[in-house]
Design a binder for this molecule. Structure first.
Ligand code: ADP
Ligand code: ASP
Ligand code: MG
Length: 845
């Protein structure tokens, strides 16, 4: 290799990138926009052509005289050439070359038919024409589009040895040939177009490098020419975490170490030829990029070791998985093997002599058996080779048998960080067991770069999907092995309650020595969101609370993002979160956001009443969506703030009791107001005091209207079998008629107008030995809320301050209702109720 080599880029276009004339035109534009001064192009056969040729060659050997298939392919190539718009002598030359190729294929067809057998040498000769003819078409097309190009046959450049069908390149000889055949062309500024996949053997025969071999041609030419970049243009965004045809949520891996990529290629990832990376050298970047989106980053395969993951960042031991189908497991078992050295070595020696490549080896620690995974096509030859190698042990019964188990698949999980990360294997087997996949054999590579499992062939797809999701490979930051031990919380709404919750969680997370069960990773408000996959520190939460309290919307804070809530959910859940929970502490109509969250795997905690107190069909739809996705919706704070009201209803119902009636004073605000008036304070003074203490909504008419209590009544009612809408709840409003429509400040100025009427009402109640309370009464048939005069000696009468009260009359608690009383208003208790639900979800899954 010359050190003075100019900057060269090798571009390889796979079959899909050369599918038809339109695709070929795109190749021209990709090359035109590459700024590298010197380029080499490797072309593979047009889409599907190698498979078609293989099929035709087999048919020829089988004596099928049907040659029309060759003519169909001839016509496809001619038609492609015609649609490229090449004119004049270049066009005529290309048409003639295509015809000559297909005439040669006809001749080979006859030869194979006469022979009655398809030898590997004949197969290679036949297949080599697919990539060659494609390279000729491409070279002509490029030249016609203004990029000076020249077809250079791989026979003149790539030297290879080893078996037909799977030859290996000879790097030194290829380097020499390339110096002669390619370098002068490159240095003239002309782009050589070389067919991939093929080379010439020392005996002068055409050999192929194994299916997908044009990848190898590209890395080989990159190496011998000292190219800076080798770009493989494919029909996928790059190297993905799994085969996208099997695992639909496979994700692009932006950077991958060459050892990881090799392992994936070796274990069957079709996107790269298994040996293509052997030729890669430090100083050359290998990039897999989508031809449909040339500006995309794709996957970069690097030779240098990756930088260490920064401290605190989730480690990603598992990068990707792949599978090899059609595997057979050979097992050599017997007591005579225990402690006898060299059994494994002899077995591999025998298989190597038989030309069988072993994809997996696993030896039981008892040394009682050795398992080997091999391609099904080689099973008979391999079993015969082993029986011969161990003939005497078999005869002496030291080895019981060579067992053959067909119809299997090997799945490999790959990642450099797996070495020394505990729990990867456990997680892997857990995932397979959960999905009912039986593991036939296991092997861990000595490098600990991969763990391979052998499963039944029919389980292979299911197993890949299960493993992909167990390591959360479809997520940004996925690939972790340890069991998630905490919940990641996203807060929707950053008003009073949201900020109080954040403050409580900051305290919760900074308590020394305790394991964190829940942490805040995201906060969403009307403007946008903030997110940190590692969880916000207590300090950062305080910063955010302060900013928002000073009226800065989240989109405006450091690293804040403008987005709708739905967009925020999508962006946030693209990351590998642990037990994600969306906490809705807004007062808005958030149903679409909640649905989005459920669909993206989040559980939900609600303090917001609206999703449950809106139209019945919406509330039901939410419950159905949660059930369908296996998610949970907790909403303790929607009724009694921090009191265990919903929990009690659920426990009663679960234990087989039947709730007949609920009587409740679920409004701390109205409770306080009526209590104060009972003590002789005027309506206007009591309300002003409540406002001063922060017990009311900004416009206190929102509390006085009774709608808040009506929503709570509806939520309770729906839990015990009441079917109806908010409009079906009978509501008594405490807003004086004359003051319903006036502006808020006018309302406050004229409050005293209602004092006299209230004074009279309170006095009359007292004279009857009763006390006024704002009460909700709920049964399966009705729900109503309003003022009730309760007996002065009842428990309701003795409610103090903002206390809430709930009384359940059930089949079991008929004479003596079950009562829950306690503080029910204020951001602190509401946030505590929410946090309680969060911890409940974090602790139980
Ligand atoms: P080329 O056209 O260069 O020969 P291939 O068709 O051989 O490209 O390889 C691309 C195909 O590999 C994709 O279409 C995809 O179906 C398959 N594939 C399998 N595993 C992976 C993976 N881990 N990442 C990307 N593609 C994969
Ligand atoms: N045309 C060859 C094959 O299909 C080489 C390649 O596509 O990479 O295997
Ligand atoms: Mg390929």
């Amino acid at each position: 290799m010359r050190s003075t080599a100019p900057t060269i880029t090798v571009h390889k276009f796979g079959g899909a990138a050369l599918a038809d004339a339109a695709a070929i035109r795109r190749v021209s534009s990709i090359l035109a926009s590459d700024a590298a001064p010197y380029k080499v192009v490797v072309a593979s056969a047009m889409l599907g052509v190698t498979d078609a040729f293989l099929d035709i060659a087999h048919r020829a050997a089988a004596g099928e005289q049907e040659r029309a298939a060759i003519d169909v392919l001839r016509e496809r190539h001619l038609a492609t050439a015609r649609s490229l718009g090449v004119v004049g002598p270049a066009d005529a030359t290309l048409q003639a070359e295509i015809c000559a190729t297909f005439d040669e294929l006809q001749r080979l067809f006859v030869e194979i038919a006469q022979c009655g057998e398809l030898t590997p040498a004949m197969t290679d000769a036949f297949l080599s024409h697919g990539d060659r003819v494609a390279a000729r078409i491409l070279a002509t097309a490029l030249t016609a589009s203004g990029i000076a190009s020249q077809f250079v046959d791989a026979a003149d450049v790539v030297r290879a040895h080893g078996p037909h069908g799977n030859a290996s390149p000879d790097i030194e000889q290829t380097a020499r040939a390339a110096d002669n055949a390619l370098r002068p062309i490159i240095e003239r500024g002309v782009v050589p177009v070389v067919p991939g996949f093929i080379g010439r053997s020392p005996r002068g025969e055409m050999v192929t490098l194994g299916r997908g071999g044009s990848d190898l041609t590209a890395t080989l030419l990159g190496r011998v020419l000292g190219a800076r970049d080798v770009i493989l243009w494919k029909d996928v965004p790059g190297l993905l975490t799994a085969d996208p045809r099997v695992v639909p949520d496979a994700r692009l891996i932006p950077v991958l170490h060459v050892r990881e990529a090799s392992e994936l290629a070796y274990y069957g990832a079709k996107v790269l030829h298994p040996r293509s990376l052997i030729a890669l050298q430090a100083g050359t970047r290998l990039i897999i990029r989508p031809y449909a989106d040339p500006a995309a980053h794709g996957t970069e395969i690097v030779v240098e070791r990756e930088r260490k993951p920064t401290a605190g960042r989730a480690r990603r031991p598992v990068k990707a998985l792949t599978a090899i189908a059609d595997q057979t497991l050979l097992t050599i078992a017997g007591n005579g093997m225990v402690g006898v050295p060299g059994v494994a070595a002899r077995a591999f020696g025998a298989l190597e002599r038989a030309g069988v490549s072993v994809s997996l080896i696993s030896q039981a620690s008892s040394e009682h058996s050795i398992c080997m995974g091999i391609p099904a096509v080689a099973a008979n030859a391999a079993a015969a080779a082993l029986r011969e190698a161990f003939a005497s042990e078999l005869a002496r019964r030291e080895i019981d048998a060579i067992e053959v188990r067909p119809d299997l698949a090997t799945i490999a999980v790959v990642g450099l960080g797996m070495a020394g990360t505990p729990g990867v294997a456990a997680r892997l087997f857990g995932a397979l067991a959960d999905d009912g996949v039986n593991v036939v054999a296991i092997a861990q590579g000595a490098s600990e770069l991969n763990i391979s499992v052998v499963v039944e062939g029919r389980d292979a797809s299911k197993a890949q999907r299960a493993i992909h999701s167990a390591f959360r490979l479809g997520k940004i930051g996925g690939g972790t092995a340890v069991h998630p031990e905490h919940a990641d919380v996203v807060i929707l709404g950053f008003g009073q309650i949201g900020r109080e919750l954040a403050a409580q969680m900051a305290m919760h997370s900074s308590r020394a020595g305790e394991q964190v069960q829940a942490r805040v990773v995201g906060i969403i408000d009307r403007s946008g969101y903030v997110f940190d996959a590692r969880g916000f520190s207590a300090k950062r939460l305080k910063e955010l609370i302060a900013a928002k309290s000073a009226r800065t919307p989240l989109a405006g804070v450091r690293r804040g993002v403008h987005a709708t809530a739905e967009e925020a959910i999508v962006a946030i859940t693209a990351h590998a979160l642990s037990r994600p929970i969306l906490v809705d502490v807004t007062a808005g109509d958030t149903s679409p956001v909640l649905e989005q969250a459920l669909a993206h795997g989040m559980d939900i905690v609600l303090a917001n009443k609206r999703p449950l107190a809106g139209p019945e069909k919406d509330a039901r739809a939410l419950a159905r969506a949660a059930a369908a996705d296996g998610r949970r919706v907790l909403h303790e704070a929607t009724v009694g703030a921090g009191l265990p009201v919903i929990d009690t209803i659920q426990k009663l119902t679960e234990s087989g009791d039947n709730i007949l009636r609920i009587e409740a004073c679920p409004s701390g605000t109205l409770g306080y107001l009526l209590g104060e008036m009972g003590r002789g304070t005027s309506f206007s003074a009591a309300l002003r005091e409540a406002m001063k203490r922060g017990y009311t909504e900004p416009d206190p008419r929102d509390d006085l209207s009774g709608m808040d209590v009506a929503r709570k009544a509806l939520i309770l009612g729906r839990l015990i079998g009441f079917s109806g809408e908010l409009a079906d709840v009978e509501v008594e409003s405490l807003v004086p008629d004359a003051l319903r429509e006036v502006a808020p400040d006018v309302f406050l100025d004229r409050l005293h107008e209602a004092d006299a009427q209230w004074e009279q009402r309170i006095r009359e109640a007292r004279e009857r030995g009763t006390v006024l309370r704002y009460r909700a009464t709920v049964t399966k048939r009705e729900a109503r809320v309003g003022i009730a005069a309760v007996d002065g000696s009842s428990s309701l009468a003795s409610l103090a301050g903002t206390d809430n009260h709930f009384s359940f009359t059930t089949r079991r608690y008929r004479a003596n209702p079950l009562v829950i009383t306690g503080p029910g208003a204020g951001a602190a208790v509401t946030a505590a109720g929410v946090l309680n639900d969060v911890l409940k979800l974090a602790g139980t899954r």
